[in-house]
Design a protein around this ligand. Structure first.
Ligand code: GCB
Length: 600
């Protein structure tokens, strides 16, 4: 899906700001047919939960309503008019005045609704957006809604982050021409120093297509005509980790010799390849350093915020990180664009987190139920997951920063049914994008001898907590466990391996002369031990710590005001370990630790 932009033929107006707000209330059947009148206002973009003090709002399960009046510019007569919602978590329903005009399921990806026939250029209309936060066994991510003994609806879920909901990203009023560019796909290759830029353009209605590639100074470096083709850029400037370079493909739709639509698609020229046990970017072995992140800040919840975006990337730079994973859902498009511009490498993850009832029973002590069954993750879940993959790739396929798709976090890949569930999804991902490797992040219970799906994927991405959930406080034993398991993966598969999660909860300001869990000293020692093991394994291609920053979770005896595994606190202050990482990663600069190379 193309992102909203203003060009000579398109306009895009952000509808961000304060909207009238209410939660669904008994007796109010069709709240969109009139003013909400609750007296509440909510900021957009932001999750609504922490904006309010009332727990009935914060913990509400079901629909909430956002409403505002919208003015349509008078110059838009004859144009197609869309409402574009960057994310409605987890389901959105859009109403223009009294009428339903469209909706979308899936909380972290955009959708657009055509309202041309419902609104008038120069007029105003009442826009109401309903957002539902419910998660079931047939949503991605999954969850369960139940009614407790007091008759209250409760949402439970299997992932370890707070179920923030609402309009966490921008809402737009967009105009596009009647005949317009509807999709652009760019793929790149490099042959003898020249960039080979393959493109494919879809238009609505009959139009000729012209494309011009321009460099960062705006100079034309290649051109082509036709809906599909190749543009060759001589002496190409590569997009490199840490040294981004972006071109723009100026796409034009032409009818009867006049340009009816223009769309600028940025791209970078780079290659990604898995060869043997190496991960290559532009033909060079790449070693990932960085984090699993979250979209999470105080008050805003998962609300996108440009100031945090800038600051987080400043911290990535300061600490010498070259990459992150969009754990555990697609991030705001602003984040992906920023990574493109600043040369940060991204593993792009779906919202398929918590497809694992084994982890849940481990935490709750309830009897283990199979994860893949008609009552749990079933054919419908799989179809929803497939649709989510289609939409993610549709949105993010042109980002040079994205070097790998991660189609699930910690699924029950050790359980019966995992292969049948995942095989078609991996095939789908590869057919949608043959240019990028595909991975999943493997849970601790999935070991080399019982994991059923690792062979389907290109890179072994492992989440391991030896020294925290296993052998807590005993790093000597943890090291033996970790080294033992890593050795078995390396022996069984000739694939690149990386640690996509490892970490220890650490309360900033807790210090100890011993290696006491929760202390800053323990986090340092824990990471040092992990790195010693990683550095001894030739197949290792990267380390992404859990987590970049402390983040909010649901309540639980394992969490103290959220998850504290951050290298930074929730307000982005470094814990002691940040300085160690800065030293290690600044020295590595994307290359493999040298002592691991020497054992090749
Ligand atoms: C995991 C999950 C992550 C959790 C983390 C933890 O394995 O992938 O979402 O937050 O462990 O801290 O327990």
């Amino acid at each position: 899906m193309l992102k909203p932009v203003a060009t000579a033929t398109r306009e895009a107006i952000k509808l961000d700001g304060l909207w009238d707000f209410d939660i669904a209330r008994e007796g109010v059947e069709r709240p969109w047919t009139g003013a909400l009148n609750s007296g509440l206002e909510a900021a957009v973009p932001a999750s609504y939960n922490d904006q309010f003090i009332d727990p009935a709002i914060r913990d509400h399960v079901g629909w909430v309503w956002y409403q505002r009046d919208v003015q349509v510019p008078r110059g838009w007569d004859g144009e197609r008019i869309l409402i574009r919602i960057d994310a409605a978590t987890h389901e959105g329903a859009v109403y223009v005045d009294d009428d339903f005009v469209g909706g979308h399921v899936g909380g972290y990806l955009p959708f657009a609704v055509d309202v041309t026939d419902k609104v008038e250029a120069g007029g105003t209309f009442r826009l109401t957006i309903g957002v539902n936060n419910e998660l079931t066994n047939e949503t991605i991510p999954p969850g369960t809604v139940s009614v407790d003994m007091l008759g209250r609806r409760k949402q439970t879920y299997l992932h370890d982050f707070y179920n923030y909901a609402g309009l966490a990203r921008s809402v737009w009023l967009v105009s596009i021409p009647q005949v317009s560019v509807t999709d652009v796909t760019v793929t790149t290759d490099v042959i003898d120093g020249a960039g080979r830029v393959g493109y494919r353009v879809h238009t609505s209605g009959d139009a000729e297509v012209r494309v011009r590639a321009v460099d960062a100074t705006g100079t034309e470096v290649g051109a082509a005509t036709g809906a599909e083709g190749v543009v060759v850029i001589r002496d190409v400037n590569l997009w490199q980790p840490g040294a981004a370079y972006l071109y723009t493909l100026q796409v034009e739709a032409v009818v009867d010799d006049s340009v009816v639509d223009t769309y600028p698609q940025t791209f970078g020229v780079r290659t990604v390849e898995v060869r043997g046990s190496e991960f290559l970017i532009n033909g060079e072995p790449f070693y990932f350093t960085g984090f699993g992140k979250h979209e999470d800040t105080a008050i805003r919840g998962k609300g996108h915020d440009d100031a945090y975006l800038v600051h987080d990337f400043q911290l990535l730079d300061w600490i010498g990180a070259n990459s992150f994973r969009t754990s555990h859902y697609p991030y705001a498009e602003e984040v992906m664009d920023f990574a493109d511009r600043h040369g940060i490498v991204v593993i792009d993850e779906t919202a398929a987190v918590g497809l694992n009832l084994g982890v849940a029973s481990g935490l709750t002590g309830e009897p283990n139920r199979p994860t893949f069954s008609p009552e749990t993750c079933n054919d419908v879940t799989q179809a929803v997951h497939a649709q989510h993959i289609r939409e993610l790739i549709g949105r993010d396929k042109n980002h040079p920063s994205v070097v790998m798709w991660c189609i699930a976090n910690e699924p029950a890949s050790n359980e019966e049914g995992a292969l049948e569930y995942f095989e078609p999804l991996v095939e789908l991902t590869r057919s949608l994008d043959p240019t990028r490797p595909v991975c999943y992040a493997a849970v601790m219970f999935a070991q080399p001898d019982n994991d059923r799906i690792a062979q389907l994927f290109d890179v072994l991405c492992l989440n391991r907590y030896y020294g925290w959930y296993v052998a807590v406080g005993d790093l000597q034993l943890a090291e033996v466990y970790l080294a033992g398991e890593m050795g078995k993966w390396a022996e069984k598969y000739d694939k690149p391996m990386m640690m996509t999660e490892y970490g220890a909860d650490t309360l900033a300001g807790v210090n100890s002369v011993w290696e006491a869990p929760w202390s800053e000293e323990y986090q340092r020692a824990y990471l040092e031990m992990n790195h010693r093991v990683f550095d001894s394994i030739p197949q290792f291609v990267g380390e992404q710590i859990w987590n970049f920053a402390d983040f909010q979770t649901s309540n639980g005896i394992h969490r103290v005001d959220g998850n504290k595994k951050g290298v930074f606190t929730r307000d982005r202050r470094p814990k002691a370990v940040a300085h160690d990482l800065r030293q290690r990663w600044s020295a590595l600069r994307g290359t493999k630790p040298s002592h691991a190379d020497s054992s090749d």
